[in-house]
Write a protein that binds this ligand. Structure first.
Ligand SMILES: Nc1ncnc2c1ncn2[C@@H]1O[C@H](COP(=O)(O)OP(=O)(O)OP(=O)(O)O)[C@@H](O)[C@H]1O
Length: 387
């Protein structure tokens, strides 16, 4: 990574900059443009990682070039080159989105440092974009049934707010998927999304997992450790299977939600946290409250918005599109071509006796793709779906 474009009308300066950069790093690939118009054309048609741009130039000055780049490729860091008279403009360009500026004549160390930093940031931005794409691909929510459409609408409305959400539904109905959407579509999407499966953590460890601990808090605590609340600072904490959380951990979670503060186990120092909590459960929390296994006050804190994810059996009309979606997904994962399912096969699967778990549907599709014919028929479904 190191495609750099220099936009500068003075040939001598271009030469010096190019020399410094190419001598510094053999991987820097430097191109030149003698004015802003040529520069912008090059930027449109190439993928640069960094642009060095003079401020004072005839035809189109550096500020105009910056404005144009911010519109067409805002992810490219721009480093402005300023002469004696335009230091103020240089500072102004930073407000407009330039990464930094260097003064003429360029100081070697400062130039190289700025270039390195700008390229580092570019690779971070690219990586972030790649991850975001991956995440949004992985978390597609398939289905046009009224129930799914309604859930999508609720997500659109609720995600941008700070409201806490309780997601209910049987195992494998898509609760985690809903939680990811809530995070992705919120202001907090730039921050972390941290997940804790409360059912998978032994009750004696859950508090340390959520709130962290200090060295010596218990026998195996040999150093200070931050908990998930701290890790989720600025983002979303997804407490999955919250119905399985111990009563003493529930009390601490309640305090964290009331005061936006946590204490590491073994410490009495309050740490401020800015976390949105989204929780999920397959249990009926109202019944858990009656049985004194779940705190009612915590329930009311968590369940500002309730999203009940329907069972697959209650939205059978989504099954054909889910089958096609999984067929494509599995084929991609295995490097094969997706199989087509005949109309009869699809309607057979639609009426199939599902447990309600979407993972079960995925497994059936995978089994049919392995065992079935070129096109999956009703006979394939009869023969293999329930085996
Ligand atoms: N509407 C949907 N479209 C596409 N894939 C889905 C949909 N709903 C669920 N899935 C997929 O089904 C699987 C199970 O969903 P998820 O893990 O969200 O369920 P869950 O209710 O959180 O399960 P558990 O209770 O076991 O934690 C995941 O791989 C998820 O991506």
């Amino acid at each position: 990574m190191g495609k750099i474009l220099i936009i500068e009308d003075e040939a001598a300066i271009r030469r010096v900059l190019k020399k410094i950069l190419t001598e510094e790093n053999k991987n820097y690939e430097v191109s030149e443009a003698e004015d802003g118009l040529i520069g912008i054309e090059l930027i449109k048609n190439n993928d640069y990682d960094l642009v060095l741009c003079d401020i004072k130039m005839p035809k189109m000055d550096g500020v105009e070039v910056l404005d144009a780049v911010m519109k067409i490729k805002p992810e490219i860091p721009m480093v402005m080159i300023s002469g004696h008279g335009d230091l103020e403009t240089a500072v102004e360009t930073m407000r407009k989105g330039a990464f930094d500026y260097i003064a003429k004549p360029p100081d070697l160390n400062r130039l190289l440092n700025t270039v390195r930093h700008a390229l580092d940031r570019k690779s971070l931005v690219t990586e972030n974009k790649r991850l975001k794409k991956k995440v949004s691909k992985n978390y597609q929510m398939i289905g046009e049934s009224p129930a799914i459409v309604q859930i999508k609408e609720i997500i659109e409305k609720v995600a941008p707010t700070e409201a806490r959400v309780l997601i209910t539904g049987q195992n494998g109905t898509g609760k985690e998927l809903v939680a990811h959407w809530l995070h992705q579509k919120s202001e907090r999407a730039k921050g972390p999304m941290i997940e804790v499966n409360c059912a998978a953590i032994p009750s004696e460890l859950i508090e340390s997992e959520l709130f962290g601990h200090v060295k010596g808090a218990f026998t195996s605590a040999n150093k200070d450790r931050a908990g998930k609340f701290e890790a989720a600072n600025g983002g979303t904490l997804f407490l999955d299977e919250i119905g399985d959380m111990s009563l003493s951990a529930q009390a601490k979670v309640l305090r964290a939600l009331q005061e936006n503060k946590v204490q590491r186990v073994g410490s009495d120092k309050d740490l401020k946290v800015d976390v949105r909590v989204v929780a999920a459960t397959n249990k009926n929390l109202k019944e858990e409250i009656k049985a004194k296994r779940f705190r009612e006050d915590l329930y009311h804190r968590l369940a500002v918005i309730l999203i009940a994810v329907p069972n697959l059996n209650d939205r059978r009309e989504d099954i054909p599109s889910l089958v096609n979606y999984f067929s494509e997904k599995i084929a991609k994962e295995q490097g094969t071509t997706p199989k087509t399912f005949s109309e009869d096969a699809l309607s057979q699967l639609k009426d199939y006796d599902w447990t309600g778990n979407i993972r079960e549907l995925r497994n059936v599709v995978e089994r049919l793709m392995i065992l079935g014919g070129k096109e999956i028929t009703q006979r394939d479904v009869e023969a293999f779906a329930s085996k």
